[in-house]
Design a protein around this ligand. Structure first.
Ligand code: BTN
Length: 332
């Protein structure tokens, strides 16, 4: 099993080049800034090239990063991360049954807040309500973050999924795809699902031990990557914007946004998230059918309450829905 990784000097050189964008940076500037010899900088550049990075070197101008390989390893991710906790310890794997399962095991073994498990492929990716999550290799993003919310009572933990949906919806929008949230936490693009979130936790009666926030985003999947029965309901960012998505860039942006919104939740509670969730929602104001265990609620989705529950106005009453599968009945 690969060791979790934190940034070393090769990652720092890469971060420096990445930060400069299209600009050249001199070897001298890099060595001064990072306290490395010029020879060490050159060695790191050579090693990065060996890992598939395209780096231009021009005498008197310096180095310029031209292309990042489409891989999700600490080498690609760590230099792009701007987070203080989330993903600073990364457990990257080529293949796992499910990133949530490993994250849960690591959390049980004492993993710290913010550790992230990521896999290029999942062989038993799990969705909500016992469904499977299609997880082909080399195309999408599958990760699980271990959270240890210090003062969140266990009954309020479901609010974290709504926080995550706001963050992920923004990540998809930043990648140029118009997206919205289907209650509670599906991200839709063009009415089809592009991202799903699976939250699991362990708690005592009055204390959350850990929460594992599992996120799957269809980035570069094509229609052929979805099982037949899902093909009409699922999409990917690449299918929507007709251009591939650099996975490491998207992953770093998503982790950054996730941390931003989690920090806000920490400071302001769900009140600080609710209005944004409402703005991004594709469910509110729509006629919906909600499948609850053993019954169905049909009506107009009016709002979410201060705990994130969906309020549905039926012919007879206002139903407060805590969990369930929502179907939007009519297009907007
Ligand atoms: C859903 O919408 O049903 C939730 C899907 C969650 C999928 C992600 S992929 C990463 C993590 N590992 C899993 O096994 N599931 C979540």
């Amino acid at each position: 099993m690969p060791e979790p990784r934190e940034a070393g000097s090769e990652e720092l050189v890469l971060a420096f080049l990445a930060e400069a964008g299209d600009e050249y940076v001199s070897g001298e500037a890099i060595s001064d800034k990072l306290g490395l010899s010029r020879a060490a900088v050159w060695k790191h550049v050579e090693s990065l090239r060996g890992h598939g990075y395209r780096i231009d070197a021009v005498p008197a101008r310096g180095y310029r990063l031209r292309e990042i390989p489409d891989r999700l390893t600490p080498l690609e991710l760590l230099p792009l991360l701007s987070t203080h906790d989330l993903g600073q310890v990364l457990h990257c794997h080529a293949e796992l049954p499910s990133t949530n399962d490993l994250a849960k095991q690591l959390a049980e073994d004492g993993a710290a807040h913010g550790e992230v498990v990521l896999a290029d492929r999942q062989t038993a990716g799990r969705g909500r309500r016992g469904r499977t999550w299609a997880s082909p290799a080399g195309k999408n993003l599958y990760f699980s973050a271990v959270l240890r919310p210090e003062s969140l009572p266990p009954q309020r933990a479901p609010e974290l999924t709504l926080v995550a949906s706001v963050a992920l919806c923004h990540a998809v929008r930043q990648a140029g795809v118009d997206a919205g949230i289907k209650w509670p936490n599906d991200i839709l693009a063009g009415g089809r699902k592009v991202c799903g979130i699976l939250t699991e936790m362990a708690a005592d009666p009055d204390h959350v031990q850990w929460v594992v926030l599992g996120v799957g985003v269809n980035l570069n999947a094509g229609p052929e990557d979805f099982p037949d029965e899902l093909r009409s309901q699922a999409t990917s960012l690449a299918m929507e914007r007709r251009q591939p998505v650099p996975r490491a860039l998207f992953a770093a942006a998503a982790l950054g946004l996730l941390e931003e919104w989690l920090d806000r939740f920490d400071r302001e509670g769900f009140a600080g998230i609710r209005d944004e969730w409402r703005v991004l929602s594709e469910t509110l104001g729509r006629e919906v059918r909600v499948a609850l265990d053993g019954r169905e609620v049909v009506g107009r989705a009016e709002d979410i309450d201060e705990t994130g529950a969906l309020l549905v106005r039926t012919e007879r009453t206002l139903e407060r829905v805590l969990s369930g599968d929502v179907e939007h009945l009519r297009p907007r």
